[in-house]
Design a protein around this ligand. Sequence first.
Ligand SMILES: *[C@@H]1O[C@H](CO)[C@@H](O)[C@H](O)[C@H]1NC(C)=O
Ligand SMILES: *[C@@H]1O[C@H](CO)[C@@H](O)[C@H](O)[C@H]1NC(C)=O
Ligand SMILES: *[C@@H]1O[C@H](CO)[C@@H](O)[C@H](O)[C@H]1NC(C)=O
Ligand SMILES: *[C@@H]1O[C@H](CO)[C@@H](O)[C@H](O)[C@H]1NC(C)=O
Ligand SMILES: *[C@@H]1O[C@H](CO)[C@@H](O)[C@H](O)[C@H]1NC(C)=O
Length: 316
Amino acid sequence: MASDGSGLRRVLLLVCLVLCVATLPRRAGAWGADGHHAACLIAEPLLTPTTWKAVNSLLPERANGSLASLCTWADDIKWMWKYHWTAPLHYIDTPDFLCRYDYDRDCHDQHGQKGFCASGAINNFTSQLTNYELPKASRPLLTKTRASEYNLTEALLFLAHIVGDIHQPLHVGFTSDAGGNTITVHWYRRKTNLHHIWDTEMIVKAEDVYYNKSLSNMVDAIILNITNNWIGEAQLWGECPKGEIACPDTYAAESIKLACQYAYRNATPGSTLADEYFLSRLPIVETRLAQAGVRLAAILNRLFDTKSASQRLASH
Ligand SMILES: *[C@@H]1O[C@H](CO)[C@@H](O)[C@H](O)[C@H]1NC(C)=O
Ligand SMILES: *[C@@H]1O[C@H](CO)[C@@H](O)[C@H](O)[C@H]1NC(C)=O
Ligand SMILES: *[C@@H]1O[C@H](CO)[C@@H](O)[C@H](O)[C@H]1NC(C)=O
Ligand SMILES: *[C@@H]1O[C@H](CO)[C@@H](O)[C@H](O)[C@H]1NC(C)=O
Ligand SMILES: *[C@@H]1O[C@H](CO)[C@@H](O)[C@H](O)[C@H]1NC(C)=O
């Protein structure tokens, strides 16, 4: 009996060794699920009714009218063969220690293909979505309109996800450490990497310490700040310098600057990061989640509700 059990265990272990290693991502990615949910939950109440109508017509039925519920879709499908090409769309590698981002120099995949990075992807999916037409009443199920050769449901889900990613400072990080992925540190007593601390650990820690372990409480606190403490600056976050629909170069340039000022600072390999790091960096995390949400809403409103273009946060 014992040998049966251990034999089975050995087979399972072998299967896992093969499968688990084969499916390990080249680099871990993306704000964790909580970061993406937060950004989308912050965006949702800022969408105008006209924008909601368009978003809803693109969302699959299983989303049940919730954009946030599918904000991690782009991570969920990354491992599939069909979507392997999308892995580089979640981040941007910039030159080591330069602390600057340049689209022409930095936005490419590992083969040097131009435009295959987070900012290029935001431009790509935004431009695809400009072809959206509200489905005609006579063709209510048609979400892929004649005007677009692309799947606009996917364009929406990629856009909602990548606008989140590009605001995580270390998603626009140094090339040689893969945005902090190869910098091993201790987070309190646990070993992890710097990238993961910014994707996930700081958000989870904040939920535990300040928000009764609830993401939704944390999101409410951030929204309260957007509509009160930060209202002046928050109104400007959504705007683009040249009146573009989306301006990912602005978001990326901010991220690498914050990565240098806050994320990489005092986070050398082998160091232990604890309260001092957490307390001084958490405000950056909260502001970036706020900016991601406000900007995602602004982009969607400009895409789907042209009358909202001049509308401001205060009117909501
Ligand atoms: C779908 O959304 C509605 C309204 O937002 C809610 O009442 C309902 O419980 C949701 N259904 C599921 C299956 O989540
Ligand atoms: C833009 O997206 C389409 C799929 O929707 C893809 O085929 C194309 O390669 C993408 N281009 C870039 C630069 O991301
Ligand atoms: C668009 O993409 C979604 C998500 O991958 C998929 O469920 C849907 O079937 C696609 N629609 C079309 C018309 O191909
Ligand atoms: C914290 O959450 C639990 C359930 O998750 C709830 O019972 C409790 O009342 C909450 N505490 C506060 C202070 O809100
Ligand atoms: C809200 O804003 C205040 C003042 O800027 C800041 O101290 C606080 O940490 C913010 N809270 C959240 C959840 O962003």
